[in-house]
Design a protein around this ligand. Structure first.
Ligand SMILES: [Zn+2]
Length: 383
C-alpha cells in the first residue's frame, strides 16, 4: 500500500540545469523507487519545500539492470555539467523590455558576449525555424492566389486543392507565430496550441482533399470515409487543449537537452508534452498516414499505372514527414552532437546567428513535403 509523506517544513537546495539534468546526491534508481515529486523549480539554485509519495518497487532483474544504466547515464551527464552549462546565462530567454520579433528574426542582444556559442553574440536558436516557416507560409499563400489564375476545371477536387494549399500556408504562418513567441513562457502557453491547431487543420483539410481526388469529388463515398481523418485530428486537438487547461504552466515549462547546450547556444525552453509526448507522436503518425486508407478508392477510379504514380508521389512526401519526425524527436540530430562539443559545425552560422537544429531541419522537410504533396495533387487532378 503506498505511503504518503508531507515534508512541507523541510527545505531542499537543488541546482537545476535542464530537464535531463537534476543535480542531486540521490541516484536515479532511488528517484525511480520512491517516485519523488519535487515542487517545480525555476532556474538556478533555490530552496523550496517538497512532498513525495513512497510506493515499494517490485525487485526484478530487469529493474536492477535499468538502474545500473541510469546511474551510468547520470554520471556522464554530471561530467558534462561540470564543463560549464548554466541556464541562467542562456541565449534563449529574451529579457524584459526586448522585442521577441527583433530578437528571434534579426538580432538578440543579451547584454553579454557568447564566445563559445555557435550562434555568435547576437543569434537566437529559433531564428532558422521561424524564417523557414515564414518563407514557406508566404509562398503557399501566394501560390493559392496564383492558382486561381490557372486553367483548371471547376470541380470539388480542384477547389479542395486550393483550400489545402491555403491551409498549409496558414499552418506555416501559425508555426512562425509560435516560434517567434517561443522564448516567452506566457505567450508560448497559447501560441503552442495555435501551432498544433494549424498542423491538425492542414492535415485534416489535406486528407479530405486527397479523398476528393481519389473519388472524383466524393463519388459513392460513405460519409465516415470523408470525416474520418478530420475527426481524428479534432479529437487529438481537443485532448491536448484540455490537457493544456488542466496542467499548470509551471509544470510544462521545461528545458531541453543537457550537456553544454547553454554554452553553445542550444539551450532552449518550451511547454513540453512530457508524459503525453508519445500520445502526441503516435496520433500525429496515424493522422499523417490516413491518406493510405484511400488506396482502394484510387484503384477503383484510376488505371493501375496512374495509381502507382499518384501513390508514389504521396509516399515521397510521407517519408519526408516521418523522416523529419524521427530526426527531431528521436535522433535529435545534430543538436545532441553539437551540445556535446562534437559538431558538425558547418550547420551553423555565427554571422547570421542561426543553426540548422533538428527542429529547423524538420521545418525544412515539412515545407519540402508540402510542396511535393501539392505537386502530387496537381498531377492527380490532371489525370
Ligand atoms: Zn516548429
Amino acid at each position: 500500500m503506498p505511503l504518503s509523506f508531507d515534508l512541507a517544513g523541510v527545505s531542499v537546495a537543488q541546482r537545476r540545469t535542464s530537464t535531463a539534468l537534476v543535480m542531486s546526491p540521490v541516484p536515479p534508481m532511488i528517484f525511480q523507487s520512491l517516485d519523488l515529486k519535487f515542487s517545480k523549480p525555476t532556474h538556478g539554485v533555490h530552496t523550496k519545500p517538497f512532498t513525495f509519495s513512497f510506493a515499494p518497487p517490485t525487485p526484478t532483474l530487469r529493474r536492477s539492470l535499468l538502474n545500473v544504466i541510469d546511474i551510468k547515464s547520470e554520471a556522464d551527464q554530471c561530467m558534462e555539467v561540470d564543463r560549464g552549462d548554466d541556464p541562467k546565462h542562456d541565449q534563449y530567454t529574451v529579457g524584459p523590455g526586448k522585442s521577441l520579433c527583433v530578437s528571434v528574426f534579426c538580432r538578440h542582444d543579451t547584454g553579454r558576449m557568447h564566445p563559445r556559442s555557435i550562434l555568435g553574440d547576437y543569434g537566437h536558436l529559433e531564428r532558422s525555424s521561424a524564417w523557414i516557416h515564414l518563407i514557406g507560409g508566404l509562398a503557399f499563400v501566394m501560390y493559392t492566389g496564383l492558382r486561381q489564375l490557372l486553367d483548371r476545371p471547376d470541380t470539388t477536387a480542384n477547389r479542395l486543392v486550393s483550400t489545402a494549399c491555403a491551409a498549409t500556408g496558414v499552418a506555416f504562418l501559425f508555426s512562425t507565430v509560435y516560434h517567434t513567441s517561443a522564448p516567452s513562457k506566457r505567450w508560448a502557453y497559447w501560441t503552442r496550441l495555435l501551432d498544433y491547431f494549424g498542423i491538425y487543420f492542414a492535415i485534416a483539410v489535406g486528407g479530405v482533399c486527397d479523398i476528393a481526388i481519389a473519388t472524383r469529388g466524393f463519388e459513392n463515398v460513405a460519409m465516415i470515409s470523408i470525416v474520418d481523418a478530420p475527426l481524428a485530428a479534432v479529437i487529438t486537438f481537443v485532448f491536448f487543449v484540455l490537457r493544456r487547461f488542466l496542467t499548470p504552466s509551471d509544470d510544462t515549462w521545461e528545458g531541453y537537452l543537457g550537456g553544454c547546450s547553454a554554452t553553445f547556444g542550444l539551450f532552449r525552453l518550451g511547454h513540453l508534452d512530457l508524459e503525453h509526448a508519445s500520445t502526441r507522436q503516435a496520433t500525429s503518425f496515424i493522422v499523417v498516414s490516413a491518406y493510405f486508407v484511400s488506396l482502394p478508392q484510387l484503384f477503383r477510379i484510376f488505371d493501375d499505372q496512374d495509381v502507382v504514380l499518384v501513390v508514389a508521389l504521396q509516399a515521397v512526401s510521407f517519408v519526408m514527414i516521418i523522416g523529419g519526425m524521427f530526426l527531431d524527436n528521436l535522433l535529435v540530430w545534430p543538436d545532441i552532437g553539437i551540445s556535446q562539443g562534437k559538431g558538425p559545425s558547418f550547420l551553423s552560422s555565427k554571422k547570421l546567428g542561426c543553426v540548422c537544429s533538428s527542429h529547423a531541419i524538420w521545418h525544412l522537410l515539412a515545407v519540402c513535403a508540402s510542396v511535393w504533396s501539392v505537386a502530387s495533387r496537381e498531377a492527380a487532378i490532371a489525370l
